[in-house]
Write a new protein. Structure first.
Length: 192
């Protein structure tokens, strides 16, 4: 696969994200639905597409710890140590979220964030310069699709772009582990 092909696809996705569109894309775990995490309208479109009643439960992908700290201002240092030591995909639930779409942040002010070890995601994140929503590409209550072939037609037809599966990389094909951190450094494993 040529370097230019992956960059061209990432650039096309960034244009759609900037316009408030939603994409179906591969991550380091499973296929996800994504949008610009600062666009409340785009976030709402994903909730509607997933038929989700549980608002404010989606995580965001960030390109680096530096990007994370721009959107969560009360994260304890231990969270970043854990992030840097993780050997498999890890989502951190961090306190003090701000600067993103209001309908993405729950009342307690936390945000689920992950720095993906995935070339395509990283290219999109660097191109957009802001977090990208990442939520499983399924109707709420249905099984999480592992690959593009498992995604419901309704979801595929409801997005503005489906990323070419050639850019999938080597996903784990299972959801990330989730660890929540309190402002005082309290740690709680949500999903192993």
């Amino acid at each position: 696969m040529k370097e230019t092909e992956i960059q061209r696809e990432a650039d096309a996705c960034v244009r759609i994200l900037r316009e408030g569109g939603i994409i179906l894309y591969p991550t380091d775990t499973v296929w996800g639905l994504g949008c610009d995490a600062t666009s409340a309208e785009a976030v709402e479109r994903i909730y509607r597409l997933k038929r989700s009643q549980n608002k404010k439960s989606m995580l965001v992908l960030c390109s680096s710890a530096d990007m994370v700290v721009r959107y969560v201002n009360k994260a304890p240092g231990i969270a970043f140590e854990v992030m840097s030591l993780a050997t498999s995909p890890l989502t951190l639930i961090l306190p003090g979220a701000g600067g993103l779409a209001e309908n993405l942040i729950p009342e307690e002010g936390t945000l689920g964030v992950r720095v993906p070890d995935h070339e395509f995601c990283q290219r999109m994140l660097r191109g957009l310069g802001r977090p990208i929503v990442s939520t499983s590409a399924n109707i709420t209550g249905e099984a999480t699709p592992v690959g593009l072939q498992d995604v419901a037609r309704e979801i595929v037809e409801g997005v503005d772009r489906v990323v070419d599966p050639r850019f999938e990389g080597k996903p784990t094909r299972k959801a990330s582990s989730i660890v929540a951190f309190g402002e005082g450094g309290e740690v709680k494993v949500i999903r192993d």
